[in-house]
Design a protein around this ligand. Structure first.
Ligand SMILES: [Zn+2]
Length: 227
């Protein structure tokens, strides 16, 4: 487990823009935009009640979709960022970068990139595909915690969504005090509600539909957060 802050940079916004243009081009040529399926899932779990005005506590985790793994279940992904208490990165832990397509420089704890959980080596280490740092599995986090405003939460989601080049669904779970959870209690019963936590999915095809209608991505995510 870890805590981190992310800012949506100009480069992120350009990347979102590029992705939307690509998708719209593809949709126009194939007319199959409604069949668009994402390869990844960003899961947000609200740990407090959602609010327009007060900070919200939430955690994020990242999953690769089962369809990429020949019909297996979804696989949790790691984040290139060492846990609190894990040793700082030493120079010898950054593998040779020759010949790779490495794009990030690690800080003393990592570069913040996503590492596919299936990229585990026989000695139970992971090499980050972005910065080439080698990590022991137990030093890496797979959950990121935040406490921010709803607006900032939307930019954090957009930042991570951009890291997946827009190829991700959003999936939300809610705290037991949340109206979504309370509704699930009423309609599903206590065991199912406890398991689902009132889960709601915002599939990529709906994200694209909303943003192609002119809504910007941060606004679309803020609306999802507060819905
Ligand atoms: Zn990295």
């Amino acid at each position: 487990m870890m805590a981190a802050q992310t800012e949506l940079t100009e480069a992120d916004l350009r990347s979102i823009q590029r992705f939307q243009e690509e998708v719209q081009k593809a949709a126009a040529s194939t007319k199959k935009d409604m069949e668009l399926r994402a390869d990844f899932r960003i899961q947000i779990w609200f740990r407090s009640t959602r609010s327009r005005t007060r900070p919200i506590q939430y955690s994020l985790s990242f999953w690769s979709s089962g369809k990429r793994l020949h019909g297996g279940g979804d696989e949790k992904m790691f984040v290139c960022f060492r846990n609190r208490g894990a040793p700082k990165i030493k120079p010898f832990e950054v593998a040779a970068r020759r010949g790779g397509s490495f794009t990030a420089e690690p800080s003393e704890r990592g570069c913040g990139g996503i590492i596919d959980g299936s990229l585990v080596l026989p000695d139970n280490t992971h090499i980050c595909p972005h910065c080439s740092t080698r990590h022991k599995a137990e030093h890496l986090g797979d959950v990121v915690f935040y406490a921010t405003s709803a607006r900032k939460c939307a930019t954090v989601l957009a930042h991570w969504w951009t890291k997946f080049k827009g190829n991700a669904d959003l999936y939300a779970k809610y705290s037991s005090t949340d109206i979504r959870y309370q509704t699930a209690l009423g309609t599903q019963g206590i065991l199912a509600a406890r398991a689902s936590k009132g889960a709601v999915i915002y599939p990529l095809k709906n994200i694209m539909k909303d943003t192609s209608a002119g809504k910007d991505i941060v606004q679309a995510f803020e609306d999802f957060i507060l819905a």
